[in-house]
Structure formats: structure tokens, C-alpha cells
Ligand binder design. Sequence first.
Ligand SMILES: Cc1ncc(C[n+]2csc(CCOP(=O)(O)OP(=O)(O)O)c2C)c(N)n1
Ligand SMILES: [Mg+2]
Length: 655
Amino acid sequence: MTVTEKSMANAIRALAMDAVQAANSGHPGMPMGMADVATVLFSDFLKYDPKTPKWADRDRFVLSAGHGSMLIYSLLHLTGYARPTMQDIKDFRQLSSPCAGHPENFKLAGVETTTGPLGQGFATAVGMAIAERHLNAVFGDDLVDHKTWVIAGDGCLMEGINHEAVGLGGHLGLGRLNVLWDDNGITIDGGTELSTSEDIPARYRASGWHVVSCDGHDFDDIRKALSEAEADPRPSLIACKTVIGYGAPTKQGTSATHGAPLGDEEIAGARAALGWEPEPFVIPDDILTSWRQLGEKGAAARAEWEARLDGHAQAAEFNRRMAGELPDGKAMQTYMEGLAKDPPKWATRKASEMALGAITEALPEMIGGSADLTGSNNTKTPSTKPLTKDDYSGRYIYYGIREFGMAAAMNGMALHGGIIPYGGTFLVFTDYCRGAMRLSAIQNARAIYVMTHDSIGLGEDGPTHQPIEHIQSLRLMPNMHVYRPADAIETAECWALAIKRSDGPSTLALTRQGLAPFRDDVSTNRCEKGGYRVKSAENAKRVVLIATGSEVALAMAVAAQLEAAGIGADVVSMPCTELFDGQSAEYRNDLLGSDGILRVSIEAGTTFGWERYTGLDGLRFGIDSFGASAPIDDLFAHFGLTADAITPQILEKIG
Ligand SMILES: Cc1ncc(C[n+]2csc(CCOP(=O)(O)OP(=O)(O)O)c2C)c(N)n1
Ligand SMILES: [Mg+2]
């Protein structure tokens, strides 16, 4: 008996029902509804090789509707990826299993990106599709010629970030991006008519997308729609009309199947309806064999690609970039030696621009951009001409006013490989990027955030634009390195560290206002330890001043007043607390001083959290309210961040 596509799709449905039932938690409805569509995608459209899951020219598949994780786990298992094993699937949602509640890119090859926060997978896929077109423009069809496929739900299309992603994807004409919309008319609260009246196809068409629809349970119709999407030069939305929980006798088509085990009785009914007889977690040999044969189809294309790569003139450079390795070179060192000769008084955003000039010239894998603040974020360099629909070889993306979409696209580029993305906006608008910054951190993605206007130092724009809690809140985020450099040399050092960090994101918090230089030594990267002493006490040491960014100069001024009063004071610049926390206890204690020494923090943002370094007995100078609209000097005076305001408080404290 030949194996039907329906029975192959039913294998996905059975695994989804069984795994969710065993875990007593999870989402069976979406995998059951999209099983037929996914079967067609993995049969005839997706380019992949389970035996070489990281093959650079594979298609990228993104399950944006991450709650339906059992869909991708089933597909990876059935098509023959080494993991998940059937045991992994039996252990769905348990600590021992790579089959986590939502797909995690660091747990399974074949999971290209972590998904779960709705809408972000889709927006990340836009970045992957940009990466593909850019690398194609640089390396040609022989090495880079793949597509990006997304499965997205109603939720992914409803989220605000979807509008940013669709706008950007349409504008850049990303024709190799194809989104399969699980158009089931159901979300958690019930039917989509409860919450939306939007004409989704019209919105996509208006944004430059091609839209096609199909019956998501009719294999021929699905195949026809996917072929049409592939052929169309625009990005495509394929509206797949499906029934959530397809096969469940009393619950299908309702939100009851969305996020809860179906229960033994309903599962028994579904098995009867689908004609699925095997025990739980058993796939009949003939069906498994058919799936495995599908999984073997891509090996030939992969072998042909390897043959093309072998001996290709650009092979070494292509491999270097895809491995995320930096080239040898001294561009940065030369740039810094130039700075040391005549240290400039630049805003750190300007210093960042100048450092980026050297970096982007030396590293062709860097793609920059800004969310419509190019001239303020200083993110554009002579080496980065615009990346446009007509010229994907460009390296600068005008993201428009789409901060969240920008950050998610940066994740997509970083995860695709071959690119180191950086992008800018005002630091205060990290709030708009935050969901994607968190996913950069979870996914160990090398995305670099260039966040300027980092304090009340931006002046007149006032409290809506002045970050207060932002720097500390980003420091709170696990795996996010936050840099707040204090002069041009520190800025270059922080950039070097951010780029070198291949397994995680970095945020650079940069000033609008000019900062006096205080460094002229560039023999070692002093920011590498996160914090270091920039001035040692001249009198007997009583105080250690710990400052970041623009407040290092203020700390130096305070220290000068203390010394004049006979009080010895060290000044520590702390550009990156995450790196400092990784130093030995000996180093940290030596730097911050021990018993009898007053520790004082100065940062033009919240004082919350600085107790960590000052101790409860220390002093913390910062701003614990919203800012205000005024010229910069008036603001620093108003918020008590001047040497004349701070020094007397220190003197009083030490008595
Ligand atoms: C940003 C975000 N908000 C809320 C959720 C919680 N959530 C998970 S699935 C879901 C409903 C999604 O509906 P849909 O995409 O149509 O999925 P379906 O029920 O059809 O599987 C919600 C609200 C989430 N995962 N991410
Ligand atoms: Mg839905």
C-alpha cells in the first residue's frame, strides 16, 4: 500500500497529541491544523538536509507561531535529524529534552531561531531574507541561493511588529520570503472576529506583497499556492485556511485545542477520525520510511553546493564569514594609535562613528543601519552604501521608524550567519526594541545596538527622550553586555569588544554631548576588564569614585576637589559591569577598595542597583525621577550632578 500524504501528515498530528498529553502541557491545535501544509512544504519546497543541518545554503524555516513547537519537533524527527529522538519527543517540555516548550535555536539544529513571543519569528525571518540577498549579491548564485519560509499564526500577523516587518520586507522586495499563514480564525480568547476586522490580504498587498490563499487541507491546492508564491518576485503571504486541532472530534475548530492537552477520550476520537491506529509515539514503518526518504532528497543539492564551494575563488572568505570569524588585521589598532597621538574631544556617538569607519572598512560582514536617526546615531560610514531593493550589496539599511522591526531583523541577520549587524536609535527607545534585544540575548546572537543620547545630557528634548532606567534595565538582562564608554579611546575599545563577542549581543550607550579625553594609552584594551582605575589617590585614600560614560569626567572633577581638601580619591571608569563582574574577587576588591573606604557611584541615570558596588554604606549619585527639558548645563546642575554639589556630600559622609 502506498503511503498517502494524509497519513504522513497524521504522523505529525499523532506526535503532537501524544507529546502534549504526556507532558500534560503544550499546544496541539496548531500542529494538527498545519500538518498538511507543513508536509507539503517539507516534501516539495524546503531545501534542507537533515544530515548537514548547518549547510550554509539551506533554506531557513522559521516557526513564528512558536507555541506550535510540536510541529517542528515532529518534522525534524520524521525527516531524520539526529535530534530530536523519539525519546526527546516523549520528554517534550521536560528539562532533559531539547524539545522545550517553545523552539530554542541553541537546543536543536534545524531550529533556526527561538520563537514564542508572537510576531518576532516573522520579523526575524525578514532579517534572514535580507542576509540571503546581501550574501547572494556578494558571493553569487553558486554559493548563496536559498529561501526563507515562515509559518505564522493569526497572532503573529496581529502584533504591532508585524506591521514593521511587512513594511520593511515589502519595501526591500524580499521575494524569497514566503510566509505561510495559519489562517484558522482562532486565537486563545476565541474566534478572531472578537478582536479584528482587518483585511489582512489588502494590507499585505498595499505593502508590496503578493498574496495567495489555499485550502490548508487540500494537498494539491497547497502545492499550487506554494508554487505561485515561489514564482512571484514579491514576498508572499500564503493564507492557508485551516481547522485548528484538525481531527479532534468535538474540539477541532475551537480554541479548546489551542493550548491544552486534548484528553484521552478526545485523542481516541481523533485517532478514529484520522484512521490512526498505532500506539502513542509509534510511527508505522512505511510512514517513517516515506518521511526519511523525503529527508534524504536534499543531500544531492547539498553535495552539488559543496562541490561548487570547493575551489570557488571566494571559498575562504565565504567560510570565514559564515563561521563568524574576524579577519586578521590592524585597522582598529592603527585607528586607536591615531587617537592616542591627539585625543579628541568628541561625543561618544561621534567617537563611535569614527571607530565604525575603521571597523566597517576592515569588516565587510558588518551591515549597519538606524531607525531614521542616521545623523543622530552616527551609524553611517563611507564603507556602507545603502542596501536597497535594487542593490542588495549595500551595507546600510534605512530601517525607517521601526525600532522593534530593526532589532528583530538584526537578530535574523546574525542568526543567518555571514553578517554582523549593528543598528541605532536613541537609548530611550530601547523600550521599543526590548523584546528583540531580549531574544538577541537568549539566542546568543551577535547583534550590536548603537544607542545614543544616553542621558539628560541630550538636553532640551526633555523627559520623553532622556533615559533614566534604561542603562540599568539593560544591565539586568542576562547575556546582554552594556557598554558606556567615557571618551573616544574607550569607545573604540568597547566597539572592539562588542565585535569580538561572537556569542551574544552588546549595547553601546553613547552621548550626544562632547566629552573631554582622559586616556592616551592604547597599548592594552583597558575596557576589557569592565572597570579599571583611571586615577589613583594622591593623598591617603578614603574614597573610590565609580563612574561611567560622561560622568567619568565629573568624577575626575570631584576627585580633584577631594584631593584639594586632603582626601585621597581613586576614580574608576566602569564601562561594562558585566565584564567587571567576571573578574577575580581580588581584582574587583582591589579596584573598589575595602573596609574604611567610601565607595561612591556617579551615573546620570537611576541609582537603583548601584548598591551592588557601593554597598549600603556608600553614596550613589544619579537621577531617580524623570528628566526635564532644558539646556544641558542647567540639567546637570538641577539634578545635582556637578562637582560642587557632590563633593560636599562626600566630605560630610566621611566626616
Ligand atoms: C507577544 C506574545 N503575546 C502573547 C502570547 C501568548 N499567546 C500564545 S499563542 C496566543 C494566541 C495566538 O493565536 P494564533 O496565532 O492564532 O495561534 P493559534 O491559536 O491559531 O494556534 C497567545 C496570545 C505570546 N506567545 N506572545
Ligand atoms: Mg489562529
